[in-house]
Every structure is written in C-alpha cells, then in structure tokens.
Write a new protein. Structure first.
Length: 255
C-alpha cells in the first residue's frame, strides 16, 4: 500500500530535518517536539503515525478535533486490547494540540480534549478559558499567539500586548501560560519567515529571562511545513507540520 509507505518515509524525513536543524542550533533532536497537523490527513495516515510511536497531533477546527480525538482513542483502545507478541510502539494517549482560532463558545468542548491550546489571543478568551477550567476543575496549558509579522489579517496579539496579557493572566489560577506561538507571512521562501521568528524569539526570551512567569514558561511554537527549519534555528522547540507529513491536500477543503 503505497500511501502507507509514503507516510512512513515522510515521517522519517521530517524527523531527520528537525534533528539536523536542532543540532545546527546547538540542541538535541529530542528538544524539539513535532506536532503533526492532521487537518488534511486521512484516518489511515493518522493510525500509521501512531504505529510509529508518534504522540503529538494538532487540529485547527473544533469539529474535526472532536471527531479525531474519538477516532484515535478508539484505535488506541482496540490496539491495546489485542495481545501482541512484540511490545507496542503505539502511545497510550495522544497529546492533542488546538492550534487554530478558538471561539469562546467552543472552549467548554475543547478543554477536556487537548494538552495545549496554542492560540489564546485576547483577554476575553483567556477569561472564558479560566471560567470553564475552574468549573471543570482542571489546569489548562496555553500559549499566547503573537502577531509578530505585523500583517493586519493575521490572528494574534501585537507584541507589546503580550507581556501585558500574561501579567493579567497571573491571577487566573487554572491557566498555565507555557509560552508563545507565532506564524510567519505566507511565502515560498523560508528565509522570508526569519525576521518574524527572530522577533518572536526575542520577545519569548525577554519574558522567560524576566522569570515572573515561572520555570514552565518554556514553549516556543513556530514553524510549519515550509519554514520549520528556519524556526528551529531561531529557537522554536515546537513545530506544527501538516503537508510535509501528509502530502498536499487532494481536494480543496474550503473554497
Ligand atoms: C495548517 C496549520 C499548520 C500546518 O501547516 P502546513 O503548512 O500544512 O505544515 C500549522 N499551524 C497552524 C496554525 C495551521 O493552521
């Protein structure tokens, strides 16, 4: 089955490129987490990734996230039910990442499903996350999405607003701010992303060195299929990769 082999090959190729970029920037391969963005992946490709032992998956839409969490949970449960002569490489649990814009009325649905929300971009959203997390009695880990590229149509907080919001969130006891997330302007040339990534890393390092957000303020999520190596060179320790793992979408998902 060619498509399965292709997925395996793409996975190893991406992991190798991540490892090389990590080493170029003086870090170990395992210091960089690959979030496999499954929005264009088939169920078979997702299962294949889990069989390879991959743990971190990401979605940007709530409906698809909900479906895929159910699908992977069922696959994992069934997989571990079947006695196997060899130790299984399938993880016991997927770590799901919500990477897309989050509407306040979806917070209640999303929080129980995910390990990390990458896309908190307003005080109102943060307040809703806190209210729901408190009611559900859970601690929620989030990143603040920053618009360092300066494009008006891009989601995210303006850079100067980021420390301000993080400050306000210090009293939201059910939320743990783990770091920052950013996206570069769309371009065919990965080098075009470098200024955005450099600015984001500077902001991240300033906030981290200040120490007021604690030891666990240590996640910098940036870099996609077209620019993840540049992002890692700039300091990213989480990259969000879709097309490089699953191929170009076959059909246009949205008009
Ligand atoms: C789709 C998406 C990605 C992955 O994009 P690719 O170009 O397919 O790697 C990363 N981050 C976000 C927020 C996305 O929506």
């Amino acid at each position: 089955m060619a498509i399965r082999d292709e997925t395996v090959e793409r996975f190893h190729h991406v992991k190798q490129r991540v490892a090389d970029a990590a080493q170029r920037s003086g870090r170990r391969p395992e210091d960089v987490i690959v979030v496999a963005v499954t929005k264009t992946a088939s169920p078979d490709q997702i299962r294949q990734l889990l069989e390879l032992g991959h743990v971190d998956l990401g979605e940007n839409r709530v409906q698809q996230l909900t479906q895929r969490v159910a699908m992977t949970e069922e696959f994992i449960a069934r997989h571990h039910d079947i006695p196997s002569p060899r130790p299984s490489t399938v993880p016991d649990q997927v770590r799901w990442h919500m990477i897309g814009h989050l509407q306040r009325n979806k917070v209640k649905t999303v929080l129980p499903l995910v390990k990390l929300v990458h896309s908190v971009d307003s005080l109102r959203l943060a307040e809703e996350v806190q209210a729901v997390a408190s009611k559900q009695d859970r601690e929620v880990e989030v990143l603040l999405q920053v618009n360092t590229s300066g494009e008006k149509q891009k989601a995210g907080l303006a850079a100067p607003a980021v420390p301000h919001l993080a400050e306000q969130m210090q009293t939201m006891f059910n939320i743990r701010v783990r770091g920052l997330m950013a996206m570069a302007p769309l371009s065919d040339n990965p080098e075009d992303s470098r200024p955005t990534f450099t600015r984001t890393a500077e902001l991240f390092n300033e906030m981290r060195e200040g120490g007021q957000y604690g030891e666990r303020f240590n996640v910098l999520s940036m870099g996609m299929s077209n620019d993840f190596e540049v992002a890692i060179e700039c300091g990213a320790n989480v990259v969000r990769i879709g097309r490089a793992l699953f191929g170009e979408p076959v059909e246009a998902a949205t008009p």
